[in-house]
Design a protein. Structure first.
Length: 460
């Protein structure tokens, strides 16, 4: 009976995560149709993506903390409801301002869906079964990037672009209904206390960092970093960070529990998550590289990423099952090794289609092993049950920060080279070296025996 109920809960979590993931992949095909009805410049166009990621980043600690305090069910429902509300704003938008507001609300709502889903898995599954379950949830992102453009293409044949976002409303309603019936609602035994100072500071910290990084003009080199749209915001980040750490250490209920980083396993997980984000930033530039190298259209270049996303969809559940058998350390190291190998293949000969697809598959498998299940599995084992969502949010923070820094690093290297191909090759080699360095460090993670022995302590 319990296994049947857990299966229903897993299907519910799968649906919620898929809904949030799809709204990243369906936006690309919708852009031309949106441009026909809403006037926007190039900067506004980029912010349709960036503002979703920014508010996702800002909201993750807030909603994860609320989940630990007030229970998974309430905050999962709240997150899905906010996401649905944002979808309605986007669908009804007739100008760029409301469109961006809607995307911001969507991103904020989505920030609670994946961490809470991962925490629920930690609540209902024992340590020896968490790997395969997290792998299935991780596969959702690969599936979303495969079916998202297809769904968008079909809907745009028959309906206006607004339908891509209106379809979220009935899905959100179904998820909310069954979440209320199925999800656990256990609250923290501690008296709820929320660290509003910490929340404001982390919002300022992440917003200023994301805005500054996104506005760097790579072609201008150091001058681009010192520009008025970049340097003041990066300075605010540097000033806010130590203040945030100081206040969080003193807070009785911090948004980010700094003491968690006293645990060696969590420090390494944070480093690996950051490195994973840098590696994942490569995928942002691969379509443009394909256009430049192979002379294909932009849409065809996007389809050339299909082997990459299929590798994620297949690799995530496989990696999850392997974690349950051989432990997370071996999977983390293998994931970093595969990603580094793919990047080195890009560096050696990116002009060969065979090499291009081979590198993409290796990077997809590596990403699946890292972000899909291994890091989240380790975090579930290392934190107390009352801090599981907070731990999952920390992984998202480090990964997203790595993605932004990785994208900036690649942009600067490409802009500094005589040709784009040379720039991509050099930048991919640099990131391969980062991946190999992190792989060596990850050897210090716990063995499978140590992992299982320590997992029982986190159940308290």
């Amino acid at each position: 009976m319990e296994q049947h109920r857990n299966g229903k809960i897993l299907a519910l979590l799968f649906t919620g995560v898929l809904m949030g993931a799809l709204d990243i992949s369906i936006v690309g095909p919708a852009i031309p149709a949106i441009e026909q009805t809403i006037k926007m410049d190039h900067r506004s166009l980029s912010w349709i993506f960036s503002i979703y990621v920014l508010f996702n980043l800002v909201g993750v600690s807030f909603l994860a903390k609320l989940s630990d305090l007030y229970g998974r069910r309430r905050i999962y429902i709240l997150s899905v409801a906010v996401f649905g509300f944002g979808s309605a704003i986007v669908a009804l938008s007739d100008n760029i301002t409301f469109l961006l507001i809607g995307r911001a609300v969507q991103g904020f709502g989505a920030s609670g869906i994946f961490p809470v889903a991962s925490a629920v898995i930690g609540d209902i599954y024992p340590p020896e079964k968490r790997g395969r379950t997290l792998g299935m949830i991780g596969a959702v992102f690969g599936i979303a990037f495969i079916i998202g453009p297809v769904i968008a293409g079909v809907l745009l044949l028959w309906f206006k672009w607004n339908a891509l976002f209106l379809v979220n409303l009935p899905i959100a309603a179904v998820v909310i209904f069954y979440s209320w019936r199925l999800l656990p609602s256990k609250k923290s035994p501690a008296k709820p206390h929320f660290d509003w100072k910490g929340m404001v500071l982390i919002a300022v910290l992440l917003s200023s960092f994301a805005y500054g990084i996104n506005n760097i003009e790579a072609s201008e080199g150091v001058k681009g970093i010192l520009s008025f749209d970049v340097f003041p915001f990066l300075l605010i980040t540097l000033i806010t960070l130590p203040v945030f750490i100081f206040l969080e250490k003193k807070s009785p209920s911090p948004v980010v529990k700094i003491e968690l980083f006293d645990i060696k396993q969590i420090r390494i997980v944070g480093l690996v998550a950051f490195g994973t984000g840098i590696i994942q930033a490569v995928t942002i530039f691969v379509p443009e590289m394909a256009v430049y190298v192979f002379g294909v259209s932009t849409s065809r270049a996007s389809f050339m990423l299909i082997p990459f996303v299929i590798a994620i969809a297949i690799g995530s559940p496989v990696a999850g099952r392997l974690i349950d058998k051989i432990g997370s350390r071996a999977i983390v190291m293998a994931g970093l090794a595969l990603a580094a190998t793919g990047l080195i293949i890009f560096f050696i000969n990116a002009g060969s289609r065979f090499n291009f697809y081979t590198a993409g598959i290796l990077m997809g498998l590596g990403s699946a092993m890292l972000q899909g299940s291994a890091l989240r599995y380790i975090m579930l084992n290392e934190v107390r049950s009352s801090e599981r969502a907070l731990g999952q949010g920390i992984i998202t923070l480090f990964t997203s920060t790595g993605q932004m820094i990785g994208a900036t690093l690649i942009g600067i290297i490409v802009a500094s080279m005589s040709t784009k191909l040379d720039g991509y090759s050099k930048s991919f080699l640099v990131i391969a070296m980062i991946a190999l360095t992190v792989m060596v460090i990850s050897y210090r993670l716990k063995s499978r025996t140590e992992e299982l022995a320590g997992a029982s302590a986190s159940e308290a």
